[in-house]
Design a protein around this ligand. Structure first.
Ligand SMILES: [Zn+2]
Length: 104
């Protein structure tokens, strides 16, 4: 971890960082002054009730937006429903993804 920091000024993996009562995942960074900082990661588990784009057409899951795709919240349970955000070099907006899902 220390070597990664010195070579890249940033760790590749996120580590649990504790500040006061708060614990979160973050990549550690090193600035030019040699001070250690961090890039805080957003929670990787969006709440389906809040972030759901649509109901999954293949299972009882919800389609949620991720960094690269709109995919089923049940993917861990084997659901293959996924719409990539870029299809044939076209950007797929959440509204377009919803239409695609509607017509699935
Ligand atoms: Zn599904």
């Amino acid at each position: 971890m220390a070597r990664q920091l010195l070579q890249n000024l940033q760790t590749r993996l996120a580590y649990a960082v504790k500040t006061g009562d708060d614990v979160f995942n973050a990549q550690l960074t090193l600035n030019e002054q040699g001070e250690i900082g961090y890039i805080r990661h957003h929670d990787q588990r969006p709440q389906p009730a809040v972030d759901a784009l649509a109901d999954c057409p293949l299972c009882n899951g919800k389609i949620v937006e991720t960094a690269k795709s709109y995919s089923c919240s049940e993917w861990r349970n084997g659901c293959k429903m996924v719409i990539w955000k870029t299809i044939a070099h076209k950007k797929i907006t959440p509204a377009m993804a919803r239409k695609i899902i509607d017509r699935w």
